[in-house]
Design a binder for this molecule. Structure first.
Ligand code: CP
Length: 300
């Protein structure tokens, strides 16, 4: 293990190894024993906005005793026209690992091919978000004690959300049964669904109707407005496609509601108080999971 670019590059054994390392890291947080990357430097390079991924990689690096170096594209020489390739080559000479988020699909793998040090994909356009998937699988396992056999509903903008693409693959790998709920215009690409079905024999159902009967995990994502050419259309769909108290009221008592966050209108704030809303806990799991990722990518 050197780079982490796509969940599709990992075997089930690799993912299990990340999840068990994350469980160890969670116990180490706040103890001097967590300083496993003392002397190392991690570069955070975010070419797209982020709260959780950026901050939790910073927290994870600090918890591990590593120094974090933040790259700001708007005040860097990218603003003068420097290419991604040259930027990556430079930072690769200053740090021991590069955490990259970029709007172009495939750009992080391109960066990994250029860098000598490990490169971690923090989200490349609508393509992949592998560390989010590790957090999601870790959270589901922690909440439900297993992933295999669970009925998981993925709801929202399944066309543009990279977290959903990565997660479908991860859920398939671990034997969950998946229902995809989205407006017809925002369905996940067929080839992504086909790959998961063919590779893992996953049961995947597609619908535009929300029904939570028998559902163990409801995983919601926002409408990705920034990836729409028509903002009016994005806002219209966002208003129509919501998980509100009326829906949650009739949902199973042991349902876990997850969301990669940020959430906008798709989950109103009153749902946050429902004990089944687990998305803030899920986001907190980002620190031990990303500690495990940094440790395994840097130390091997
Ligand atoms: N889930 C997630 O990737 O959040 P950020 O965009 O805030 O990093």
């Amino acid at each position: 293990m050197r780079d982490l670019i796509s969940i599709r590059d990992l075997s089930k054994k690799d993912v299990e190894s990340f999840l068990s390392e994350a469980a160890k890291m969670e116990k180490l947080i706040g103890t001097p024993k967590s300083e496993l990357l003392k002397g190392k430097v991690v570069a955070n390079m975010f070419f797209e906005p982020s709260t959780r991924t950026n901050m939790s990689f910073q927290a994870a690096s600090k918890r591990l005793g590593a120094k974090i170096m933040t790259f700001y594209p708007n005040t860097s020489s990218v603003a003068k026209g420097e290419t991604l390739a040259d930027t990556v080559r430079m930072i690769d000479g200053y740090a021991d690992a590069l955490v990259i988020r970029h709007p172009l699909e495939g750009s992080v793998r391109f960066a990994a091919d250029l860098a000598d040090n490990p490169v971690i994909n923090a989200g490349d356009g609508g393509n992949q978000h592998p560390t989010q998937t590790l957090i999601d699988l870790y959270s589901i396992k922690k909440l439900k004690g297993k992933i295999s056999g669970l009925k998981v509903t993925l709801l929202g903008d399944l066309k543009h959300a990279r977290a959903m693409r990565s997660l479908l693959y991860g859920l398939g790998m671990f034997g969950a049964e998946v229902t995809l709920v989205s407006p017809t215009s925002l369905r996940m690409e067929e080839d992504i669904i086909r790959e998961t079905k063919e590779k893992f024999g996953t049961s995947v159902t597609q619908t535009s109707e929300i029904s939570l009967k028998g559902c163990d995990v409801l995983y919601v994502c926002r409408i990705q407005k920034e990836r729409f050419s028509d903002q009016y259309e994005a806002e219209k769909i966002q208003k129509e496609f919501r998980v509100d108290l009326d829906l949650v009221k009739f949902a199973p008592k042991d349902l876990a509601i997850l969301h990669p966050l940020p959430k906008v209108d798709e989950i109103p704030p009153e749902v946050d108080h429902d004990p089944r809303a687990k998305y803030f806990e899920q986001a907190k799991n980002g620190v031990p999971v990303r500690m495990a990722v940094l440790y395994k990518c840097i130390k091997g």
